[in-house]
Design a protein around this ligand. Sequence first.
Ligand code: AMP
Ligand code: MG
Length: 314
Amino acid sequence: MTVRAASPDVIADAAALLRAGKLVAFPTETVYGLGGDATNAQAVAHIYAAKGRPSFNPLIVHVAGPEWVAGLALPDGRFDKLTRKFWPGPLTLVMKRRPDTTAAELLSGGLDTIAVRAPDHPLARDLLLAVKRPLAAPSANPSGRLSPTTAAHVQESLGNKVDLILDGGACRIGLESTVLDITGDVATILRPGSLTAAEISAVIGPVAVSTHDPERPAAPGQMASHYAPGLPVRLGATTAHTGEALLGFGDTPGAVMNLSAAGDPVEAAANLFAMLRALDDPRRFEAIAVAPIPDAGIGAAINDRLRRAAAPRY
Ligand code: AMP
Ligand code: MG
């Protein structure tokens, strides 16, 4: 891992790393982000692996401006009002994901929404313009630790997990962005942040504030909005029963699809949601059987999602 003070050359190197699927930590005006190419499922899986989070909490996609959102989400009139006033800046907007979005499905953590923001930091902006792709970038801290506001913080906690840390000094705001859900009739603050409810409602009218802690995944029964296949899911399967589609991991004879024939959990995470969706076809199968996946590393997050997909539905 290298920490490099930002300069045009360093930005060009960082952009090349990101386009090749590597991870680069970079400063924004809120906190340092752990960035990867949002259109590359493997890069997104590496972000989750580096964060060491036992579940796929959805990630914020960073863009250079509102015009980048057209390929990702289905915005409405509130999007134009809010972005004109607050972008670039510490406002993350949760919108319906475009069915043909260019972003990797994994970064939505199984939701049919996508969270997007344009950071107001010259380095973050220059980096996005050099990469020419949206960047998935959660705060660059291991799961459960404080968000980093200097390059040294990132180096201490994630130094061996990123390919490059761009040093742009201390973050101006140092507090995470406000996450606002504009998928429903009433806009709802999912995470309080540096932009206040009063500032937002001055632009779009009344906003609700969610009491649910977005950093804590809800119990399976509460996860109504989380994607679960329509077909029943059976875990720990080594062979398929009649009518089942076997989703393999490692050497799995009889598998219809394989999350990772090589048994690589990062590759498996990258394929997870897309393969579940592909097999969720009642015209072809009655159920989905999933091969066992070791619980180590990112495997824990994969198993968390699979248990939710397999949980009884009422
Ligand atoms: P961080 O990237 O570490 O600042 O955290 C991202 C925050 O955004 C978390 O609180 C997530 O739960 C939230 N978030 C990201 N995407 C979505 C989404 N599609 N729906 C709801 N919340 C989201
Ligand atoms: Mg965070």
